[in-house]
Structure formats: structure tokens, C-alpha cells
Design a binder for this molecule. Structure first.
Ligand SMILES: NC(=O)c1ccc[n+]([C@@H]2O[C@H](COP(=O)([O-])OP(=O)(O)OC[C@H]3O[C@@H](n4cnc5c(N)ncnc54)[C@H](OP(=O)(O)O)[C@@H]3O)[C@@H](O)[C@H]2O)c1
Length: 324
């Protein structure tokens, strides 16, 4: 009988790519979903290997029930935008703790946590630069505290940088704006290393497979570091027209974030762009060393920015998100 993975966040962008990779890797998968979850990304997966369980991840008893026969846990559920800063902590940190505690009770060993490069902060920083990043760092600490409290849990913490690819709604506005031939980008040099979603999913597979030295967390980035000019040029190829970056002051980005938050507050939903994302974009460099993760997991990102943006644009067009 193949190993059974309990996967949280499978209905989201990153988690749905992880679910597909787990199936490709020969795992059976039990996806934790909510009563409100949209399960459309899971529909194409083989029913004989992928099952869903409707649970509230804040309920220890419900998680215990769902972990029956589970051998591995991949915890990808989390929030990347919130209308209220305390929501970051209550979802990203508290839920991680509940799932990790249940994993110990169920004698699970391998536990992959999808953290974020935001837990480290931008290049050269001494820590997270946003409430989101702080909550992801706290999620890592809570997992570590559970590990240290006993049991046989082996934590594998992965910190992807900005993830992009099919089904991602966060970068969709960039594609949409680029169709005008321009993209607004923050002033300054700006070095970025976005990672393609299927590469993140492959890293998860490898984290489940290999013996782990206990080191980490491991940063996941794309194969190359890019400037905004590179990104605009690759976007242009992806959408089939030249795209020029237009440098705008950081203050304008922040103002756009505030406006978007206000509009979202009025519409009672989480904002598409918020001050945290705007601030993250104006903090210039988000790059990472890939040596440690290559050494530990044998993982290297396979998809270049050009190829990844091309595939994402094709997918957006196919899905009708970008027009034809
Ligand atoms: N996107 C990125 O660039 C990026 C970069 C680094 C790390 N990450 C991390 O990757 C993970 C997934 O992010 P994403 O971009 O894929 O976000 P997403 O598309 O919004 O997906 C979030 C997933 O988490 C689930 N979820 C949220 N709150 C939950 C709760 N209280 N209880 C149970 N499930 C909950 C959602 O379930 P529903 O479908 O029911 O809402 C969904 O399946 C997060 O942990 C994030 O911090 C993302």
C-alpha cells in the first residue's frame, strides 16, 4: 500500500500543484478542505488516489480523525492576505500548531511546512518585514516547539519566494496591465527570483522522499535572479507584445495598496493588493541561495522565468482569465 499524505491547502494555488505532484510521485493523498472551499482544481485528479475530507483545522478532534492511516503531512494551508493583521497569526501560526500536534498524536514522522521567504525578510534584513512574514516565522517556531515537546516528528520547512504559475491570481493583474505595453514597477534596482509553482511542488516531493539531516529551513527560488526589466521583457514574450517597465515611486505603490485595502474593506473581502504586498514590492531585493536546498534535497528549479511566464499566460488564456 502506498504512503498516504494528509495535505492542507490543496484547494489553493500552491497546494493544488502540490496535490498533482504527490499523485505523480505515487502517493495517495487526503486533502483537508473546508465547507466553503472551491474544489475545482482537485476535480481532475484521480479519485482512486485522491480523497477529500471536510474539516475545521482549528478542531483537534477533527484533525485526529482525518489523520487515521496517514504517514506524511504537507501543511500548505495559510493566508497571504488578510483584512486584519491578527488573522495572519491565528491562521498561519495557530493552525500550524494544531496540525503539528495532531501529527505527533498520530505518530506521523515526515511533516513538510510550506513557510515563506517572507519569514526571513528581504535580502539583508534581520527578520520578517511584515505581519505576514512574522506569522510565517511564528508558524515555523510553533512547529519546532511541537517537535521539541516529544514524538518522532521530523519537520521539513520550505520557504518559497514569490511563487507564480497557472491558477495564481496574485500575478494575474501584472499580466492584465502588461497588455497595455507597460508595467508599473518600483524605482530602484530590484532583484527578484520568483519560483514556478511546479518546481515548489517537486521540492515538496523530494522533501518527503529523502532522509533529512535536521537542517533547514530551506529557501526555494527560481533558477536565476532577475531585474524588473527582465520580468517585463519575459512578460512581453508571454503575452506576445513588447512590454516596458515604468518606474514609479515607492509612495505610489503604497498608496495603491492603501486604496485597494479601503475598497476591499468596503466590499468586506481581503484586498488583492494590500500595504504589505506593496511594501514587499518596494523593498528591493528578494533573492536566495539555492546551494543548501540542492545539497539537502537534490532539488534545483527546472523552469526558467521565460518558460514559466509563457506557460502561465497560456494557462490564463485557456482559462479565459486573460482574454484571447
Ligand atoms: N503564493 C505565493 O507566492 C507564496 C509564496 C510563499 C509561500 N506561500 C505559502 O503557500 C501557502 C499557500 O498559499 P497560496 O498562494 O496557494 O494561497 P491560496 O491560493 O489563497 O490558498 C490558500 C489555501 O489555504 C487554505 N486555507 C486558508 N485559510 C485556512 C483555514 N483557516 N483553514 C483551513 N484552510 C485554510 C485555503 O482553503 P480555501 O480554499 O478553503 O480557502 C486554500 O486551500 C501559504 O501557506 C503561503 O504562505 C505562498
Amino acid at each position: 500500500m502506498s504512503s498516504l499524505v494528509f495535505l492542507t491547502g490543496a484547494t489553493g494555488f500552491v497546494g493544488s500543484h502540490i496535490a498533482e505532484a504527490l499523485v505523480r510521485g505515487g502517493f495517495r493523498v487526503r486533502c483537508a478542505i473546508r465547507t466553503t472551499s472551491d474544489v475545482r482544481w482537485l476535480r481532475g485528479l484521480p479519485a482512486e488516489t485522491v480523497e477529500t475530507t471536510r474539516i475545521d483545522l482549528s478542531s483537534p478532534a477533527a484533525i485526529d480523525e482525518s489523520l487515521r492511516d496517514v504517514t506524511h503531512v504537507v501543511h500548505a494551508a495559510g493566508i497571504t492576505r488578510a483584512s486584519n493583521e491578527s488573522d495572519y497569526l491565528s491562521v498561519n501560526a495557530n493552525v500550524t500548531q494544531s496540525v503539528a500536534e495532531a501529527a505527533v498524536r498520530a505518530s506521523v514522522t515526515r511533516f513538510v511546512l510550506i513557510s515563506s521567504l517572507a519569514a526571513r525578510g528581504p535580502d539583508g534584513s534581520r527578520g520578517p518585514a511584515s505581519a505576514y512574514g512574522a506569522s510565517k516565522l511564528e508558524s515555523e517556531r510553533r512547529l519546532q516547539a511541537v517537535v521539541e515537546s516529544g514524538g518522532s516528528l521530523e519537520p521539513r520547512v520550505l520557504r518559497p519566494g514569490g511563487v507564480y504559475g497557472p491558477r495564481d491570481r496574485d500575478l494575474l493583474p501584472l499580466f492584465q496591465v502588461a497588455r497595455s505595453g507597460f508595467v508599473p514597477v518600483p524605482r530602484g534596482v530590484g532583484r527578484l527570483q520568483p519560483v514556478y509553482a511546479s518546481d515548489v511542488a517537486t521540492a515538496v516531493l523530494q522533501a518527503l522522499d529523502v532522509e533529512w539531516s535536521g537542517d533547514g529551513p530551506f529557501h526555494l527560488g527560481g533558477p536565476e535572479v532577475h531585474t524588473w526589466e527582465d520580468i517585463a521583457s519575459a512578460l512581453g514574450e508571454a503575452i506576445g507584445r513588447p512590454v516596458r517597465p515604468i518606474r514609479v515611486p515607492a509612495a505610489l505603490f503604497l498608496a495603491a495598496g492603501s486604496l485597494s485595502e479601503l475598497a476591499a474593506f468596503i466590499r468586506r473581502r481581503a484586498p488583492d493588493l494590500d500595504r504589505r504586498r506593496a511594501r514587499d514590492l518596494t523593498r528591493l531585493d528578494w533573492t536566495c541561495e539555492l546551494g543548501p536546498v540542492e545539497q539537502e534535497l537534490g532539488w534545483r528549479p527546472a523552469v526558467s522565468l521565460r518558460k514559466g511566464l509563457m506557460e502561465a499566460a497560456d494557462w490564463y488564456r485557456e482559462a479565459g482569465w486573460l482574454g484571447r
